[in-house]
Ligand binder design. Structure first.
Ligand SMILES: [Zn+2]
Ligand SMILES: [Zn+2]
Ligand SMILES: [Zn+2]
Length: 163
C-alpha cells in the first residue's frame, strides 16, 4: 500500500480527527487482511495513542483509558501494545520509554527515523530509503543482522522553530 505523502510534522491546527480516523481505518483493514482481531481493548489503546502526535508512556495510557471506563490492568495494556507493535500500528520510542501510533502506513519491518521535538513533544516519522540503505550496508559490512531498525533524533520541529 503506497503511503500518501504528508507533512512529517502536521501543522498545529491540522484536521487531526482525519489523521486519527484514517489510521483507525488502516488498522481495521490490516487486521482484517491478516485475520487478526482488533479487540475493544486493542482498539481503545490505539485510539488513545491516536489522540495526538505525542507519545504516551504505558501509565499515561492507563490514565487516559481510565477516564472513559474502568482502570485497565497494566498487563492488559502491555499485551495490547505488544499486539499493536507486532502489527506495525504502534511504535515504541526507546529514548522516551513511550509509545506512538504509526500514521505512515509502512511495512512493519521498514526502518523508521523518529524525529522527536524537544519543545512540543511531537514525534514525526521520516521515511528514508537512503538511510535504510546505509544502515543495511553498514550492518552487512559488519556481518551484523539488524533487528530493530529504528533511529531516534531529538531536536526542534518546524512549527516550534517558527513560533
Ligand atoms: Zn494529526
Ligand atoms: Zn510507523
Ligand atoms: Zn515542536
Amino acid at each position: 500500500m503506497a503511503a500518501k505523502p504528508h507533512a512529517v510534522f502536521p501543522a498545529p491546527g491540522h484536521d487531526h480527527d482525519r489523521c486519527a480516523s484514517d489510521a483507525l481505518a488502516h488498522a481495521d483493514a490490516i487486521c482484517a487482511a491478516r485475520g487478526e482481531r482488533l479487540t475493544p481493548t486493542r482498539r481503545a489503546v490505539l485510539q488513545a495513542l491516536l489522540a495526538s502526535h505525542q507519545p504516551l508512556g504505558a501509565y499515561e495510557l492507563i490514565d487516559r483509558l481510565a477516564e472513559t471506563g474502568g482502570r485497565p490492568a497494566p498487563v492488559t495494556i502491555y499485551r495490547a501494545l505488544d499486539f499493536l507493535r507486532e502489527q506495525g500500528l504502534v511504535h515504541r520510542i526507546e529514548s522516551r520509554n513511550a509509545f506512538i501510533a504509526c500514521v505512515r502506513n509502512h511495512a512493519s519491518g521498514d526502518p523508521v527515523v523518529f524525529l522527536i521535538c524537544e519543545q512540543c513533544g511531537a514525534v514525526g516519522e521520516a521515511a528514508s530509503a537512503a538511510v535504510a540503505a546505509t544502515i543495511k550496508t553498514a550492518s552487512r559490512t559488519a556481518g551484523f543482522t539488524p533487528k530493530t531498525p529504528v533511529i531516534e533524533i531529538s531536536g526542534i520541529c518546524a512549527h516550534c522553530k517558527a513560533a
